[in-house]
Design a protein around this ligand. Structure first.
Ligand code: KG4
Ligand code: ZN
Length: 333
């Protein structure tokens, strides 16, 4: 079954063709350069850029897959959560294609897509899992009890982890998006150089809080500047990153233990972070828990993860009506 996946929830226009769990093509038009001068994603700019990028990208995805439109067996599209105007562009295109080709449409939750990116590389889904989803908009622990059933164990009460990376990077002049820049800077730094708070690490639940850490970093930088001291960006990046990673590692493994689950899945753009991958792997080995995550290109937003989740839903006979609306606050359930 060849399924087209369309993802336009934020600032990447992404299209892929997936056939029975195999990625035939996965193309992305990033808008990073457009949003850089604003220091973050501007919703109207994103919507317009999706409109311009989508048609050529659809052609490219099919060409790279060696397929024609009429070879498609279904169309999967992100229906939420995300920026409403951005989502609408992908949804309108998906509806038109499904209607024109006479194939089923399936709407996919973006967060489910991030989880399903794992099954493109690690074999078929065999729940239960504990999943850590960390992106620019979300930081949550999920108990996946069935192929498409999810229970949110806890989530951030304020900022998402990716948002914290982006804000801190912007503040210290590392540019946008901040995650990859901080990850790179941290490689030359000492993660124990500055003792930043591990917010909610001992809270006993699965909630996260990132805003206290962000404030602590901003205060520390201002104090250093006021004292006329040079800031070691490597030490700062490594210490900030370690504070985030520490809490995520301990809460994720505690959730796996308490849920009695042997495999943890990581998903979302922040999972591209090299320190999070390294620490999760070693903590998993120590705890006897299997930790799986996608390769970096499948961690950040892409169409293949949407096609993967959508194809599984289609195989189960699930389809989405052509009247489906974008849901910017769609919950994972
Ligand atoms: O999943 P994603 O591509 O888009 C959303 O659904 O939000 O995640 C984007 C986020 C951004 O905040 C970006 O800074 C962060 O993922 N990110 C990283 C890394 N690569 C991307 N954060 C930390 N380390 C990275 N290497
Ligand atoms: Zn995402």
């Amino acid at each position: 079954m060849k399924v087209l996946g369309i993802e336009t929830s934020c600032d990447e226009t992404a299209v892929a063709v997936v056939e029975d769990g195999r990625v035939l093509s996965n193309v992305i038009a990033t808008q990073v350069d457009l949003h850089r001068r604003f220091g973050g994603v501007v919703p109207e700019v994103a919507s317009r850029a999706h409109v311009e990028a989508l048609n050529p990208l659809l052609d490219e995805a099919l060409e790279r897959a060696g397929a024609r439109f009429r070879d498609l067996d279904g169309v999967a599209v992100t229906v939420g959560p995300g920026l409403v105007g951005a989502l609408l562009v992908g949804i309108a295109a998906a509806k038109a294609l499904a209607f024109g080709l006479g194939v089923p449409l399936v709407g996919v939750n973006h967060l489910e897509g991030h989880i399903w990116a794992n099954f493109l590389e690690h074999g078929a889904a065999e729940p239960p899992y504990v999943c850590l989803v960390v992106s620019g908009g979300h930081t949550m622990l999920v108990h996946m009890t069935d192929e498409h059933s999810y229970r949110i164990l806890g989530q951030t009460v304020d900022d998402a982890a990716g948002e914290a990376f982006d804000k801190i990077a912007r503040f210290i002049g590392l540019g946008f998006p901040g995650g990859p820049a901080l990850d790179a800077a941290a490689r030359d730094g000492d993660p124990n150089a500055i003792a930043f708070p591990r917010s909610m690490e001992g809270s006993g639940d699965y909630a996260f809080s990132l805003s206290g850490l962000k404030t602590a970093v901003l205060r520390w930088v201002k104090a250093e500047r006021a004292a006329g001291r040079d800031i070691d960006v490597g030490d700062l990046a490594a210490s900030f990153q370690e504070a985030i990673v520490d809490v995520q590692v301990s809460k994720t493994l505690r959730a796996a233990g308490e849920m009695g689950v042997g495999t943890v899945l990581l998903g979302g753009g922040v999972v591209a972070n090299s320190r999070l991958r390294e620490r999760m792997t070693s903590a998993g080995e120590e705890a006897g828990v299997r930790v799986l995550f996608p390769s970096p290109a499948l961690c950040t937003d892409n169409g293949a993860m949407i096609a993967a989740a959508g194809a599984s839903r289609l195989r189960r006979g699930e389809t989405t009506p052509l009247g489906v609306a974008a849901d910017p606050a769609l919950e994972l359930s």
